[in-house]
Design a protein around this ligand. Structure first.
Ligand code: AHG
Ligand code: MN
Ligand code: MN
Ligand code: MN
Length: 336
């Protein structure tokens, strides 16, 4: 075996998005590039805090409840503050929506820019104290022409997003990003402090063999979901699917992106609209899934086509390998 020397030509995230911008020519002003660079800095900042959390008393509850009725963890609040400060200071944003804030933040002059960012600062809160993978999710809209930035600029379907991504804080920090022409994954080289392109042009396998649902909710699930799950657990031919459920959407979706299969958090008899939030969980993940060749659906309609009516609304989510999600949708079509 001949060993290859390490590369001396690293593609950093900044280099990669800048290259993308140059490809677009004069039409691209570079504002989105600068915004993405600001976002990657927040991911590095959050990643270092996640790593040290146990040592610097950053585990446990912050003492407040968010608008969704969830008790906020210290890291939820810290990550939110890191993102709000950096996004405001970037000078590139007009409207910010965060899971942890009741209302949208409208950015005033002189900091106002032309992008809106919707984000889940820390996804997978219930996993923090056990050191299990957590993440950050974000989606970006351009403000509508002639708008100075209002809530209407984010109450738009996900198919109007110009970019979306997530960072998973795991054994390494992985940032996965799409600006609408495919999906790329970057891994944080902690020594360099740079995200390096490690997963160019991610494509979800057309079929997987893993399903990822919180089956503890089975007694509330509607028949199409129960019957679909039975069909992959007791197949007429071949072997049953494997179950993998972390309980951090970022980690469950990341694995689905790389290995294929299906992730689901359906609406059910108890959670009438499901649990995941449309703007900053479902839309960005649906955007990435489609860009990677997969499908993201509520069971009956394309997630990216939903028109939001409020910033914290929820929706049913199934996403992943094209053929697996199509199998599930057939159970909805036949209403059993
Ligand atoms: P968050 O921690 O940002 O509030 O999101 C939690 C979400 C998501 O990460 C995950 O897919 C889901 O909640 C897990 O819910 P259950 O614990 O009900 O399975
Ligand atoms: Mn939460
Ligand atoms: Mn979340
Ligand atoms: Mn969260």
């Amino acid at each position: 075996v001949t060993e290859q020397p390490p590369s001396t030509d690293l593609i950093t995230l900044s280099r990669h998005v800048l290259h993308d911008q140059l490809r677009l020519g004069a039409a691209a002003t570079g504002d989105l590039t600068l915004l993405l660079i600001a976002i990657q800095v927040t991911s590095k900042f959050i990643a270092t805090n996640v790593r040290k959390a146990r040592l610097i008393n950053l585990v446990g509850l912050a003492g407040e409840t968010n608008v969704q009725g969830e008790e906020q963890k210290k890291l939820d609040v810290l990550s939110n503050d890191i993102m709000v400060n950096a996004l405001r200071a970037s000078g590139k944003t007009a409207v910010l929506v965060s899971e942890e804030l009741d209302n949208a933040i409208i950015i005033e002059e002189p900091n106002r820019g032309k992008y809106c960012v919707v984000f889940d600062p820390l996804d997978g809160s219930s996993n923090i104290d056990a050191g299990v993978n957590i993440g950050t999710i974000f989606g970006i809209y351009a403000v509508r022409p002639d708008s100075k930035g209002t809530i209407e600029d984010v109450l738009r379907p996900g198919n109007e997003m110009v970019a979306a991504g997530y960072t998973m804080y795991g054994s390494s920090a992985n940032l996965v990003l799409s600006t609408g022409s495919g999906v790329n994954g970057y891994t944080l080289d902690a020594a360099l402090g740079e995200f390096i392109l490690t997963h160019p042009d991610i494509k979800i396998p057309p079929r997987g063999k893993i399903y990822s649902f919180n089956e503890g909710n089975s007694m509330y699930f509607y028949p199409p979901v129960v019957n679909y799950l039975n069909s992959i657990k007791y197949p007429k031919t071949g072997s049953p699917y494997s179950a993998r459920y972390i309980g951090s959407m970022v980690a469950d979706v990341h694995r689905t992106m790389l290995y294929g299969g299906i992730f689901g958090y359906p609406d059910d008899k108890k959670s009438k609209s499901g649990k995941l939030r449309l703007l900053y969980e479902a839309f960005p993940m649906a955007f990435l899934t489609e860009q990677a060749g997969g499908i993201a659906t509520t069971g009956t309609k394309r997630i990216l086509d939903i028109v939001p009516t409020s910033i914290h609304e929820r929706c049913s989510v199934f996403l992943g390998s094209r053929e697996d999600v199509q199998d599930l949708m057939k159970f909805y079509e036949s209403k059993n």
